[in-house]
Design a protein around this ligand. Sequence first.
Ligand code: NDP
Length: 321
Amino acid sequence: MNKVKCLIIGSGPAGYTAAIYASRANLQPVLIEGPQLGGQLTTTTEVENFPGYPDGVEPFRMMDDMKRQAERFGTKYVSGIVTKVDFSVSPKKVWVEDTEEYEADAVIIATGASAKYLGIESERTYKGRGVSACATCDGFFYRKKTVAVVGGGDTACEEANYLAGLCEKVYMIVRKPYLRASEIMQQRVLNNPKIEVLFEHNTVQLTGEGKVQGADLVYRKGEPDEAMKHIAIDGFFLAIGHHPNTELFKDFIARDAEGYIITEGHSTQCYQMVNGKCTNGKLDGVFAAGDCADPHYRQAIVAAGSGAKAAIEADKYIKSL
Ligand code: NDP
């Protein structure tokens, strides 16, 4: 069994920033890196919107910079996946790969969220080569080009509008005969001359030589008027939702209907669950930062900011013990 003051779960911008602050506060944090070292950001090709990198930065390099910065102040890293937690006791208990047990005065959850993908083979083939799940991150690389956005919710509409400001043309691939998004978002999409909505279409496969150059779609699959359609595109953006990586904590901390961790006001303080119900009581010593608690912004810089907040709050809590 390992006893630590501050345990951080997750190695994205929230986790590493929490580690920088916690280690500079002399909390000697241990950070469990999880299944995707560097987090979601590493699925993108280049980061141009994180302050401090005027020429942009390759995501692995940026995450490595953060990692080394926290290491410099004493953060220890454990590679592995957290498989079980017990937050009903103090100190909190966390198991890595079921075997290695940690006891921590404070735990910072920074497990992020994962974009949903369609699950077709060619999505994997072209990941980072035309396939993206973040228009704000990658849209800039498609200036004056043609792209497609999949989904009919608010995210898809927002992304299609954003991309229409940069691109020559934007297709929206919507599986239903209507958009699910709020009325105002629908109107923006439908009134934008650069956006063409392809209702009742599903993506069969992406095509291209080494990068996305087109998509094969099917219209009204299984219906008498079923038809195939090919569109020429340079980028394919998924906007069919995200799921926060919070399943593991569901018995102990309050989450919203989508699974995002609910925190107190503007803080990162988690709420307690007792017998499957949110008690409105704080769960002392447990904090959540980054996309696992943020259904709105999903930006590295916002996640980093909340990581700093979590570490400051963890420090205050530990000093109160
Ligand atoms: P949603 O779950 O609202 O929408 C997902 C969309 O993707 C739906 O149109 C859905 O189709 C489609 N979809 C899901 N799976 C597939 C699939 N396998 N193939 C094709 N299409 C698929 O997710 P969002 O991310 O858009 O929104 C999440 C929440 O965040 C919502 O509550 C939304 O209102 C909110 N939000 C608010 C914003 C704002 O207010 N500015 C901005 C962004 C999000 P179908 O309709 O057929 O199920």
